[in-house]
Design a protein around this ligand. Structure first.
Ligand SMILES: Cc1cc2nc3c(=O)[nH]c(=O)nc-3n(C[C@H](O)[C@H](O)[C@H](O)COP(=O)(O)OP(=O)(O)OC[C@H]3O[C@@H](n4cnc5c(N)ncnc54)[C@H](O)[C@@H]3O)c2cc1C
Ligand code: SF4
Length: 327
C-alpha cells in the first residue's frame, strides 16, 4: 500500500507551521511521530496534498517543571521520555504508567504526547484498506453514509483508543492550542466531542502545542490498567485510570477515567465522588467499578465483545482503586 502523492512541509518554528496550516487548511495533515498517521495514509484514510512535519520545531519538545509547581510538556515530547521521566514518575505516576503501556518501545520512541491526544478514533470497519472498505460500501466516518456498527443511525461510534488521555483527565490537565489568532488553553475534559467522526475540538488551522499538569494534582497515587489482545504492542480495548489521595485512612480525593469504550475518553465523576471521605474496602471498590462500567458504552467497533470489554472496565476499576489505595 503506497502513501500516495503529497508535498512535505518542514517548518522550523511554530509561526511557520501555523502559516502553512492557514494556507493549506483544506488539504493538509499534521505529522508528529507519524506512528498512526503513516499507517492511516497507507490505508487511504487520509489523502492529504500536504503533510506538515512538526519534528524540526524544538520549542515543542521537553518536560519543564515550573516554579509554581505545575509542569509543562511540549506536544512533540516522545512518549518514551514521559515514561522514563523521574520527575513525572514521582509527581504524576498515573501518567508515566499510562504512557508506558502505549504500543511498544520502538513506537514510544517515535510517538509523541500530542499525537496520542489527537489520535483518530478507531473501528474495525474503518481501520482497513481502501479495497476492504470499498467492498463493504464504506461508512459515515470516511466516504460513505451508513454505519455498520449502529445501522439506521447517523452518528459514528468509533472508539477513542489513546492511553494517556484518561490519565490526563484524572490529573485535570489542560491543553494549549495555537492557531492564527494566538493561543488558547482548554481542559482536556473539553477537548473531545464524543462523536467518532469529528472527535476533537481542533480547527484545521490549529495545533496542540503543550500540555499543563497542575500543581494541585501532583502527589496523587495513580494506577492505569488496560485490556489488549497482544500484551506487548496493542491499542487498548478498555482502559481505566485512577488517581487517589488519602489522609488518616480516608479517601480525601479520587478520580476515575475510562478509555477505548466510547468515542471519547471519559471522566466518570460519580465513581470518583463515591470514594471521597470513605474508608476504602472491597464493596466500595466494587461499587466504583459498577459506576465506571455503566458509563462505558462499548460497541462492535473493536476486537473482543462489547460485553467483555464493559465487564473488564468494571473489574479493572475495582482492581485499580484497591491498588491505588495500597500503593
Ligand atoms: C502497532 C501499533 C500499536 C499502537 N498501540 C497503541 C496503544 O497501545 N495505545 C495508544 O494510545 N496508541 C497506540 N498506537 C498509536 C500511536 O502509536 C500512538 O497513539 C502515538 O502516541 C501517536 O503519536 P504520533 O506522534 O506518532 O502521532 P501521529 O501519527 O504523528 O499523529 C496522530 C494524529 O494526531 C495528529 N497530530 C499529531 N500531533 C498533533 C499536534 N501537535 N496537533 C494537532 N494534531 C496533531 C495527526 O495529524 C494525526 O491525525 C499504536 C500504533 C501502532 C502502529
Ligand atoms: S462506528 Fe460506524 S461510522 Fe464509525 S467507523 Fe465504525 S462503521 Fe464507520
Amino acid at each position: 500500500m503506497s502513501l500516495g502523492q503529497f508535498k512535505l512541509l518542514r517548518p522550523r518554528n511554530l509561526h511557520e507551521a501555523i502559516s502553512h496550516l492557514v494556507k493549506y487548511s483544506a488539504n493538509i495533515r499534521v505529522l508528529a511521530g507519524g506512528t498512526d498517521l503513516i499507517p492511516s495514509m497507507r490505508q487511504k484514510l487520509f489523502e492529504p496534498e500536504y503533510v506538515l512535519d512538526l519534528r524540526a520545531i524544538n520549542e515543542l519538545r521537553g518536560i519543564r517543571p515550573q516554579a509554581n509547581g505545575m509542569v509543562e510538556i511540549g506536544a512533540l515530547t516522545p512518549l518514551r521520555a514521559i515514561e522514563k521521566s523521574v520527575y513525572l514518575l514521582q509527581h504524576y505516576p498515573v501518567f508515566t504508567e499510562a504512557a508506558a503501556t502505549v504500543a511498544s518501545p520502538v513506537l514510544r520512541n517515535m510517538g509523541t504526547l500530542g499525537g496520542n491526544i489527537c489520535l483518530d478514533t478507531r473501528c474495525l470497519w474503518y481501520n482497513q484498506s481502501l479495497t476492504w472498505r470499498k467492498g463493504c460500501g464504506f461508512c459515515i466516518k470516511k466516504d460513505g453514509n451508513l454505519c455498520h456498527v449502529a445501522p439506521g443511525g447517523s452518528k459514528c461510534w468509533a472508539a477513542f483508543s489513546g492511553d494517556t488521555p484518561p490519565a490526563l483527565l484524572c490529573l485535570k490537565a489542560e491543553i494549549e492550542i495555537a492557531g492564527p489568532n494566538g493561543v488558547r488553553r482548554l481542559p482536556v475534559n473539553d477537548f473531545y466531542t464524543g462523536d467518532g467522526e469529528n472527535y476533537r475540538k481542533l480547527a484545521s488551522d490549529e495545533l496542540v502545542t503543550r500540555v499543563f499538569l497542575p500543581a494541585e494534582s501532583a502527589g496523587y497515587r495513580g494506577v492505569y490498567r488496560k485490556l489488549r489482545v497482544r500484551g506487548s504492542i496493542d491499542y487498548p480495548l478498555a482502559g481505566v485510570a485512577v488517581v487517589m489521595k488519602r489522609s488518616n485512612g480516608h479517601v480525601q480525593d479520587a478520580r476515575i477515567a475510562i478509555t477505548a469504550v466510547n468515542p471519547a475518553p471519559l471522566l466518570v465523576h460519580r465513581a470518583g465522588e463515591l470514594l471521597v471521605g470513605a474508608v476504602l474496602d472491597e464493596a466500595l471498590a466494587d461499587a466504583a467499578g459498577d459506576l465506571a462500567a455503566r458509563a462505558a458504552k462499548p460497541l462492535t467497533t473493536s476486537a473482543l465483545t462489547p460485553e467483555y470489554r464493559r465487564e473488564m472496565i468494571r473489574v479493572f476499576t475495582k482492581r485499580a482503586v484497591l491498588d491505588a489505595a495500597a500503593n
